[in-house]
Design a protein around this ligand. Structure first.
Ligand code: CTP
Ligand code: ZN
Length: 150
């Protein structure tokens, strides 16, 4: 439930589950897709354009009774490395961590090289995450071409 008043926007607490906090406001929809949250029955609360000290305006996603594996968090890290993952148990923040940028990404994103073996055989893609000219790139383990993150 989202309560909107003139000056403040608050999102209600959850009992058990995961709170993904400090998501850049414009990445919230993409995050929902990446995490497969558009297709599950769990109760999900979303806040967008909430005021934040560090980010200016931020997004938040609260998912009741759901805990993510590392692969899912790595996918999220690609678009929102500054995101904070809070594990909630019995209304308390039981764990809190920043996800950070993963070193390796396996089985997501396609290699931009049409000739890459991963585009012709049933092989999972595998990339090292690199920073180049201020952008995040994915260096293919198989063909060594760099795929830019959109
Ligand atoms: N939260 C929640 N349900 C709970 C407890 C916490 O939805 N039962 C949410 C809070 O609304 C907050 C996040 O989980 O968005 C983290 O909670 P907390 O650590 O208490 O908040 P902050 O100190 O503001 O977190 P940070 O320092 O990471 O900004
Ligand atoms: Zn490749």
């Amino acid at each position: 439930m989202v309560n909107i008043s003139d000056k403040e926007l608050t999102v209600s607490a959850i009992k058990n589950g995961t709170v993904l906090d400090h998501i850049p406001a414009d990445k919230v929809y993409r995050a929902l897709e990446l995490l497969g949250l558009t297709e599950i029955d769990n109760q999900i609360t979303i806040g967008i354009n909430l005021r934040s000290k560090g980010l200016g305006s931020k997004g938040i996603i609260k998912i009741a009774d759901k805990f993510f594996d590392q692969d899912a968090l790595n996918r999220l890290a690609l678009i929102a490395p500054q995101c904070t993952v809070n594990i909630i148990r019995d209304y308390k923040v039981a764990e809190k961590h920043k996800i950070g940028m993963p070193e390796e990404i396996i089985g997501m994103e396609k290699c931009m090289n049409p000739k890459c073996v991963t585009n012709h055989q049933p092989i999972k893609t595998r990339f090292s995450v690199i920073q180049k000219d201020g952008h995040t790139g994915l260096l293919c383990h198989y063909c060594e071409k760099i795929t830019n993150l959109k």
